[in-house]
Design a protein around this ligand. Structure first.
Ligand code: BTX
Length: 325
């Protein structure tokens, strides 16, 4: 609710200091009893709120969850992440986001869960999403762009996530075209962009982002043991998920505003700064066959441009890329 958001904002601004009950009730425009009720709700969710007579309330700690309350405590965005749909366990946040988007959910709506039991990658592959360890979220956007341009948003999302990870952990990620984010050559993030669109107009873009945050080696099933990693494994320390979500949403909003105003070129430059694919010998496996060659770069629409041994130029719209050493 609006009141809850205001309360979280007050606590964020107070920075762990006391706020008087009177001040809270003035700012929220509700009674002292109503304030107490909101505080109780936060406690139910695992927030530690200290109450001291005459001093008021103080937020001591937030639980390590990714609920709407935690994401909004200190969130700096204008439109992204202010409408959060949170669940402990869902089959896939992507599926829920599709339904919400279809029912008219506003731009910036975020679906997030502690666990996915049927997380999806591209081409109906599965995405391993164990409980409480990662960020499994889907963001609803409503850009006024033709559907052909939507792949650019996958690249934009990859830049936003990379910037967020870099800011919060200090790790510098590599982006592998189109949608993988790697740390030391292993996959830490997957991005899945899906559309609700007519042939000439996008109604909604659902950006699904899966980030391995606090998994230990034991969390990964054997088939992912050599290819996947988590931020905690690479940084050598646990990472606060709610804080990372906030940072990614901030970066995302800045990039998205730039994109809507100036188009893809500023995003393309940033993307190229993180890209490992460019200039390398790669094998691109597409649904219609396999092409090998040197990745020359991406076009203004986000398509991968590849030159084969014979000097032929291929444009790759969608593929799995293997980088040759
Ligand atoms: P992708 O098709 O590029 O990658 C899927 C492949 O990645 C799998 O076949 C498997 O080999 C590998 N993989 C599976 N799980 C993991 C993992 N946790 N870490 C590293 N590698 C893994 C990438 O698709 C897009 C993934 C998007 C996931 C988000 S989570 C929130 C949203 N909801 C949902 O169901 N999907 C998206």
């Amino acid at each position: 609710s609006e009141t809850r958001k205001k309360l979280l904002k007050l606590f964020a601004e107070a920075n762990g200091e006391f706020i008087s009950g009177q001040k809270i009730s003035d700012q929220l425009g509700c009674s002292r009893t109503a304030v107490w009720k909101h505080i109780e709700d936060l406690r139910q969710e695992g927030f530690e709120v200290e109450a001291v007579r005459r001093l008021g309330y103080r937020l001591k700690s937030a639980p390590d969850k990714v609920t709407g309350n935690e994401i909004q405590l200190g969130l700096k965005t204008k439109r992204l992440g202010w409408n959060v749909y949170y669940e402990e366990s869902v089959p896939s946040t992507q599926k829920i986001a599709h339904k919400l988007a279809h029912d008219g959910a506003e731009e910036g709506t975020l679906v997030i869960a502690e666990e996915q039991t049927a997380g999806r990658g591209r081409l109906d592959r599965s995405w391993h999403s164990p409980k409480g360890t990662g960020i499994w979220m889907s963001l609803i956007l409503r850009p006024a762009i033709p559907p052909q341009q939507a792949p650019q948003l996958t690249l934009l999302a990859a830049v936003a996530v990379s910037q967020g990870i870099q800011e919060v952990t200090g790790l510098v990620p590599d982006i592998k075209w189109p949608n993988d984010i790697l740390l030391n050559g292993k996959k830490a993030v997957g991005i899945l962009t899906e559309l609700q669109a007519d042939p000439d107009q996008v109604h909604a873009v659902i950006v699904g982002i899966g980030i391995n945050v606090n998994q230990t080696r034991e969390h990964f099933p054997s088939e992912l043991a050599s290819t996947a990693t988590s931020l905690a494994l690479e940084a050598g320390k646990p990472v606060n998920r709610a804080q990372l979500v906030q940072m990614i949403l901030s970066k995302f909003e800045t990039l998205y505003d730039q994109y809507l105003q100036h188009g893809f070129s500023p995003i393309k430059l940033l993307w190229e700064g993180y890209a490992v694919t460019i200039g390398k010998e790669v094998v691109a496996r597409t649904l219609s066959g396999t092409v090998s060659g040197v990745a020359l770069g991406i076009t203004d629409t986000g398509t991968l441009k590849l030159r084969t041994k014979d000097g032929d130029i291929h444009y790759i719209y969608s593929a799995d890329i293997e980088i040759k050493k």
